[in-house]
Ligand binder design. Structure first.
Ligand code: SF4
Ligand code: SF3
Length: 548
């Protein structure tokens, strides 16, 4: 196996024996084979678009399949067998439609006509021949191709959540096919790959916009909400991942059953949505970010439902309490089908639940774009009067590496006249800190999940309009942390928008070649994080220069 798609990549720039994430070589090979099959499908789908042939099932399948290969989503080889076979079945159906419409179907690329073996072992062998080899990794074109592939996986995650709620846009699917089929074209130049990678950022903005419209359209705009970190006496279900639709179903199906619903990890911001927080049994938040689940899930006295990433290998002590749904999977863990959460509900009733009320502090969430813009006047006055000196967007993924303490320390050291905006699971390093407020505006504002990056971008754009300057000229700095491929997609979007001076950590992606890194530094002034003191001093000094 060779995988380098996330920040947890093994030393040497690739996981080659087993993933640090727990991904085994058979699953890695199947993921590679699924991507290969999707590239073949994409040739036909791209051609189909030229002839007006669009197959909705194929479009939705393609993004779901891509999402299933994102870090910490599916570890179950049997599920990949189904996905690979389905991919080929849909490809053949599409091919005949394209042929009927007068389109080209005689591609010489092997992926366009690939037939999977009929056993798991056979597919694994086929997959191994499609795996990228380490010596390809540092070539610049290969680096841009990998960046695009990982960005595509991020796009797929957003597009998947949006399409589940009925929000779709053909430009997103069209780009997915265009980019995947480009990976079969070995004639493309470096410049062409730079354009494809930047377009990934543009299309991701669209996918995030779709998701924002899907979530706010269905569940309302999030508003500031206090979320208890303690527990309420009674039976309990813990919901993790990012999918609001799954959470809503769980809330509906547990109504009146005496079960309290708790969020874990990236589900925390869902407490801010009017159409979710109306359920009286939607109680509070339990635990922190994904990498702490072994400890936290073992202690939770109820059923645990993983709606999306980030799943880690469940320990035997709590494996029977874990349920997966959507694209998430782990061998031997019960998978919820057709939104029927009865197995999880039944399990939660067998488990003890919380024996008594456990008091705890509360944290605030729900400062998405609508909530922040509703106090825009106060924010603008605060900046103009000098009460607010600078905004820091400290956002992104969390992970297990010790270097991620940087983000905790950074937030602790942010001067009192500055505001910290945050999103995604990296916030669990500081989410329960009381940073106080500036003239009624909290100094720590939780915009939401990584899936709400669109909201953060809209806030930045609104501020730039209000001050009549570009986003780069605002007293706003982005200090980001990455782990999986949604972060790659978001980063490409920020570059597409021309955002400069991003500080990125805890390390730079291993799939970026030295020349690609140089390109990013020269054109966007991307910087690796250093120390909180050094970075804060540099940012605030730049500010002084700007104000003068
Ligand atoms: Fe390694 Fe990350 Fe790939 Fe898992 S997803 S195998 S940790 S690079
Ligand atoms: Fe976290 Fe997986 Fe990226 Fe959604 S839950 S931000 S890492």
């Amino acid at each position: 196996m060779f995988c380098n798609q996330c920040e947890q990549v093994a030393k040497g720039g690739g996981c080659i024996k087993i993933g640090t994430c727990g991904k085994k070589p058979d699953v890695a090979a199947q993921q590679d084979l699924l991507i290969y099959a999707l590239k073949g499908l994409s040739l036909h789908a791209a051609e189909g678009r030229k002839k007006g042939v669009i197959d909705t099932e194929t479009d939705e399948f393609a993004v779901s399949a891509l999402f299933s290969t994102l870090t910490n989503v599916n570890f179950d080889p049997e599920r990949f067998v189904i996905l690979i076979n389905k991919c080929v079945e849909l490809r053949e159906r599409l091919k005949s439609k394209v042929k009927t419409a007068g389109g080209r179907v005689d591609y010489t690329e092997a992926a366009a006509a690939f037939i999977p073996e009929n056993t798991l072992e056979g597919m694994v062998r086929q997959g191994e021949t499609t795996t990228i080899t380490p010596n390809e990794v540092n070539a610049d074109i290969s680096s841009l191709e990998q960046t695009t592939l990982y960005g595509l996986k991020g796009i797929a995650a957003y597009a998947y959540h949006a399409q589940v709620l009925g929000h779709k846009d053909d430009s997103v699917y069209a780009y997915v096919y265009e980019a995947l089929s480009s990976m079969l074209n070995k004639e493309l130049s470096l410049e062409e790959w730079v354009a494809i990678a930047l377009k990934c950022g543009e299309v991701n903005l669209k996918a995030m916009e779709l998701l924002d419209a899907a979530n706010t359209g269905r569940y309302g705009h999030p508003g500031p909400t206090a979320v208890p970190l303690g527990a309420r006496k009674g039976k309990a279900i813990l919901v993790s991942g990012h999918d609001l639709n799954d959470l809503e179903e769980i809330l509906i199906q547990t109504e009146g059953k005496g079960i309290n619903i708790y969020t874990h990890g990236e589900m925390l911001p869902t407490h801010g949505y009017p159409e979710l927080k109306k359920y009286p049994h939607f109680y509070g938040h339990y635990g922190t970010a994904w990498q702490n689940q072994h400890k936290e899930f073992a202690q939770f006295p109820g059923a645990i439902i993983m709606t999306t990433n980030c799943l880690q290998k469940p320990h035997d002590s709590y494996k029977d309490n874990v349920f997966t749904c959507g694209l998430v999977g782990w061998p031997g863990v019960t998978h919820i089908r057709n939104h029927d959460f009865a197995p999880a509900t039944e399990r939660s009733l067998e488990l003890p639940g919380f024996a008594m009320d456990i008091p705890g502090k509360t944290v605030m969430t729900g400062f998405a774009r609508n909530a922040v813009m509703s106090v825009a006047d106060k924010v603008i006055d605060g900046v103009k009067s000098g009460a607010i000196r600078h905004f820091f967007l400290v956002g992104g993924c969390d992970g297990a590496k010790a270097g991620r303490n940087y983000y905790t320390e950074f937030v602790e050291k942010v001067p009192k006249d500055c505001v910290v905006l945050t999103l995604a699971c990296g916030k669990f390093r500081f989410f329960d800190k009381d940073l106080g407020d500036i003239g009624g505006i909290p100094r720590l504002l939780d915009i939401g999940q990584c899936n709400d990056a669109y909201s953060a971008i809209q806030i930045a754009v609104a501020l730039s309009k209000a001050f009549g300057v570009s986003v780069n000229e605002l007293p706003l700095s982005m200090v980001l942390s990455w782990y999986e491929q949604k972060a790659v997609a978001i980063l490409l979007t920020l570059l597409y928008l021309g955002i400069k001076d991003i500080r990125l950590g805890p390390t730079l992606p291993s799939f970026l070649s030295p020349n690609v890194i140089n390109f990013l530094v020269q054109n966007y002034n991307i910087k690796p994080i250093t120390t909180p003191d050094e970075d804060l001093a540099a940012i605030l000094k730049e500010d002084t220069v700007r104000v003068q």
